[in-house]
Write a protein that binds this ligand. Structure first.
Ligand SMILES: Nc1ncnc2c1ncn2[C@@H]1O[C@H](COP(=O)(O)OP(=O)(O)O)[C@@H](O)[C@H]1O
Ligand SMILES: [Mg+2]
Length: 402
């Protein structure tokens, strides 16, 4: 990324105009990742701009496909293709870091082969190096940047997370971790509608992931056709809620394109990033929603403070609580399209941060999850009063958590 584009990127993220999503995408993977991280920071960008930037999570234009056979040969050698009785060289779905192909193993099993694009890692690393220098330089000239904790360490986080996603062994590890949690807890919690497609570890590596074909539409496809029922979405919340509230380890990218629904069963795909929250955070997050679902705002305010790594006391808290109650004045009985839950959450966290609370990184994994879930409800059932409908799960979670 050159200096001109770098400043254009900062400008489109920070300026008062709507961020130019297509431009950010044209700048490549690093720019998209920077935009995605900023989308989770309503505490310094404001929630309107965050909502606009959040489109970067779903609108990743796929690059023109590369020659799959050449890619495979360079990663795994020519013999690798002998494992398949057929291999469709035209990608069937777009992937943000690579491309996805249908194939059939010699055993007859239908599989999906995900390939990381060539030189993606090297190009990304090169961009990180130049952007790091530019950030150091920009802090000097772009005073607004000083409000951001520290862009150089932010960049370090992005580098860590993206390199982790670009190494498909992490997707296998994430798949295994979630699957093991699911298996270990089947007696404790009804996870009968959660399935994990098989990953062929013996054929998978850093750049290639071979997994059983989950033969069903993604939630994104169902939502686009108006075919995802609200009841199945509530079941997904029930499952994801278990991982988030009861365990604190969850699918960190619960995007509607990353979940397949078949015969009422959910398949989690794309497990390259696992969300993690501390015990303090997961429990108080649950109590926060419990209080919110009964419109007990002073109690919700207490729980938010209890989630924070650095909490506020006495006079500061009294002031915060007053503002919190005012923020939720229009909340009761409102449908998801009348009052957006994501927007409220972002305003809530922003209020907490401005009032002096400090949350650890796990908070951003939570915001991301809520953003996706709330976005799905708006598409599936805009007239839902989501928090009220979640009351049915509260007692069950409460018994698990204590
Ligand atoms: N095992 C699978 N079965 C069915 N579809 C899959 C499978 N793996 C990937 N896909 C399809 O490919 C798309 C991209 O794959 P994904 O793993 O989400 O890659 P990315 O990391 O680029 O988002 C998914 O949205 C889904 O439509
Ligand atoms: Mg995906």
């Amino acid at each position: 990324m050159n200096i001109l584009n770098f400043f254009r990127l900062l400008n489109t993220i920070y300026s008062d105009r709507e961020p130019d999503i297509a431009f950010i995408q044209r700048l490549g993977l690093l720019a998209v990742k920077i935009g995605q991280v900023y989308a989770l920071r309503p505490d310094f960008l404001g929630e309107e701009r965050c909502r606009a930037l959040a489109r970067l999570y779903s609108h990743t234009d796929s690059l023109p496909p590369e020659d799959a056979v050449k890619l495979i040969e360079s990663y795994a050698g020519a013999d690798f293709l002998k494992n398949f009785s057929s291999f469709d060289t035209t990608p069937f779905a777009s992937a943000s870091i690579g491309q996805v192909h249908r194939a059939v193993l010699n055993s007859g099993e239908q599989v999906v082969v995900k390939l990381v694009k060539k030189d993606y890692v090297a190009g990304f690393k090169r961009d990180v190096r130049s952007v790091r220098r530019l950030f150091q330089f920009a802090i000097f000239f772009y005073p607004k940047l000083r409000g951001v904790a520290n862009p150089v360490s932010l960049l370090h986080e992005i580098e860590k997370m993206t390199l982790s996603e670009l190494d498909l062994r992490n997707e296998t590890a994430g798949w295994k971790e979630l699957r093991n949690i699911g298996e270990a807890n089947r007696a404790r919690f009804d996870l009968s509608h959660l399935r994990f497609r098989k990953v062929h570890e013996e054929l998978s590596s850093e750049n290639i992931l071979v997994s059983e074909y989950a033969d069903g539409p993604t939630l994104d496809e169902l939502l686009s056709k108006g075919q995802l029922t609200y009841d199945s979405l509530l079941e997904l919340f029930h499952i994801h809620g278990f991982f988030m509230f009861a365990i604190g380890t969850f699918h960190g990218d619960i995007h509607p394109g990353n979940i397949v629904l078949k015969d009422g069963n959910f398949y989690f795909l794309d497990t390259g990033y696992i969300g993690r929250v501390s015990e303090r955070m997961r429990k108080n997050l649950f109590y926060f929603f419990e209080a919110l679902s009964t419109y007990d705002y002073p109690q919700s305010a207490q729980c938010l403070n209890a989630m924070a790594e650095r909490q506020i006391g006495d006079a500061k808290f009294t002031d915060f609580e007053k503002k919190f109650v005012a923020l939720y004045a229009d909340f009761k009985e409102k449908t998801v399209s009348q009052v957006s839950l994501t927007k409220k959450m972002m305003q809530t966290i922003r209020l907490g941060v401005i009032s002096g609370m400090h949350f650890d990184e796990g908070m951003f994994d939570i915001i991301k999850s809520l953003m996706y879930l709330d976005g799905m409800v708006i598409r599936a059932n805009p007239d839902a009063v989501l928090l009220k409908d979640m009351r049915r799960f509260i007692q069950e979670f409460k018994d698990l958590i204590k």
